[in-house]
Design a protein around this ligand. Structure first.
Ligand code: S3P
Ligand code: PEP
Length: 432
């Protein structure tokens, strides 16, 4: 595998990009389809590491899946209830996929058997305590195998009782997502109260919309209290089309806004993903944005301006702003993104460090990043910390008039294995 990729300056970008399927939707759809009554055909499924880990876990858990050769079409035979593992004990390696680790942790507490959930070294530093605490309140038997509050975990499946539980929502919305998806299969009705300020709220909307598509309803009381009546079951919708990934879209939209005219296909105004709001951020910066039901187009029509925004609701796409800001006039402030620190790497520290190498004046706050663009950027070699988004974000430096070298570009395989090929397809090295 190539260890480094040097991107020469890109003068302009133009064209259309068909987006790979959404990571968040793909892994939710797989799990809901597995617990549903009937067979579900998923199309435009993402083919990337995070989804591979979920599918591998399914294989070990005895979920029957038929995957097309290109791995984007998948038939899942639902088991009409809790998963029915064939072995008494399973050891599941889930890489660094939060959307596999957290939801499976909750879903497996419902099943018969014992399960060890582990992942890459970084996964062992990513918190799961708030989810485990909440599941324990509902009767789950979960042990920490190394450090309290972090994977690896041992789950002894005993079912969930339901009842009243509290979840700390201030670190990751994935804890609530995980509990919500398991809760309809608990013995009693579950009432979840959120403690702390719930972060990344639009991801809860994805969860609730998808549960609804699979026939389950949840009462959402202003994102403070959720009631999931027991006795509901998931029912396959038959066919489920996975939307294009809105976080992956952010790099191309930013490129269009910085230097050209780019249309992303597969997400648009009908999308359920909060990260489509990144197009609004680009519009605030001065880009021209056009929305279709199923596409978004971003055009550079004037110099971009820096912005000062609370981006807690779009933590993934917010990273893209950090490098789009390099061509903007004036300072950009990305606020309320503390939980960048507990993702693939400490993203606040990593972003600040790599932006610094470019000669940018950057301030790393506890929960914010302030970026004052430089007149002329330095050529730099960017470390990517095994974080797909750092690699993809820093590719945009090539649109700011300077070459850039990306270390370990292959790390985009977490969510977007052919990202750099897709970028090359819309890039022009000269303005003609
Ligand atoms: O639920 C999801 O699919 C996700 C939720 C977000 O995480 P947090 O809720 O931890 O911010 C996001 O960053 C992640 O990439 C995917
Ligand atoms: C935070 C991310 O991933 P995960 O689903 O593992 O939390 C991400 O993709 O930016």
């Amino acid at each position: 595998m190539t260890k480094q990729l040097t991107l020469q300056p890109i003068a302009s970008v133009a064209g259309k990009v068909h987006l790979p399927g959404s990571k968040s939707i793909s892994n939710r759809a797989l799990l809901l389809a597995a617990m549903a009554k009937g067979t579900t055909t998923l199309t435009n499924l993402l083919d990337s590491d995070d989804i591979r880990h979920m599918l591998k876990a399914f294989e070990q858990l005895g979920v029957t899946v038929r995957l097309s050769e290109d791995k984007t079409r998948c038939e899942v035979d639902g088991v009409a209830g809790v998963l029915q593992p064939v072995q008494e004990h399973s050891e599941l390696f889930l890489g660094n996929a939060g959307t596999a680790m957290r939801p499976l942790c909750a879903a497996l507490t419902l099943c018969q058997g014992t399960f060890e959930l582990t992942g890459e070294p970084r996964m062992q530093e990513r918190p799961i305590g708030p989810l485990v605490d909440a599941l324990r309140q509902s009767g789950a038997n979960i042990e920490y195998l190394k450090n309290t509050g972090y994977p690896p975990l041992k789950i002894i499946g005993t079912g969930l009782n339901g009842g009243k539980v509290e979840i700390d929502g201030s670190i990751s919305s994935q804890f609530l997502t995980a509990f919500l998806m398991a809760a309809p299969l608990a013995a009693q009705t579950t009432e979840i109260t959120i403690v702390g300020e719930l972060v990344s709220k639009p991801y809860i909307d994805i969860t609730l919309k998808m549960m609804e598509r699979f026939g389950v309803s949840v009462e959402n009381d202003a994102y403070q209290r959720f009631v999931i009546p027991a006795g509901q079951s998931y029912v396959s919708p038959g066919h489920f089309l996975v939307e294009g990934d809105a976080s992956s879209a952010s790099y191309f939209l930013a490129a269009g806004a910085m230097a050209g005219d780019v249309t992303v296909e597969g997400v648009g105004r009908l999308s359920m993903q909060g990260d489509t709001a990144f197009a609004d951020v680009l519009e605030k910066m001065g880009a021209e944005i056009e929305w279709g039901d199923d596409y978004i187009r971003a055009r550079h029509v004037q110099p971009l301006q820096g912005v000062d925004l609370d981006l807690n609701e779009i933590p993934d796409a917010a990273m893209t702003l950090a490098t789009a800001a390099l061509v903007a006039k004036g300072t950009t402030l990305i606020r309320n993104v503390y939980n960048w620190r507990v993702k693939e790497t400490d993203r606040l520290a990593a972003m600040a460090c790599e932006l610094n190498k470019l000669g940018v004046d950057v301030e790393e706050g506890n929960d914010y990043l302030r970026i004052v663009p430089a007149q002329q950027l330095n050529y730099a070699t960017i470390d990517t910390y095994n974080d797909h988004r750092i690699a993809m974000c820093f590719s945009l430096v090539a649109l700011a008039g300077v070459a850039v070298t990306i270390n370990d570009p292959g790390c985009t395989s977490k969510t977007f294995p052919d990202y750099f090929e897709k970028l090359a397809q819309i890039a022009n090295s000269t303005n003609d």
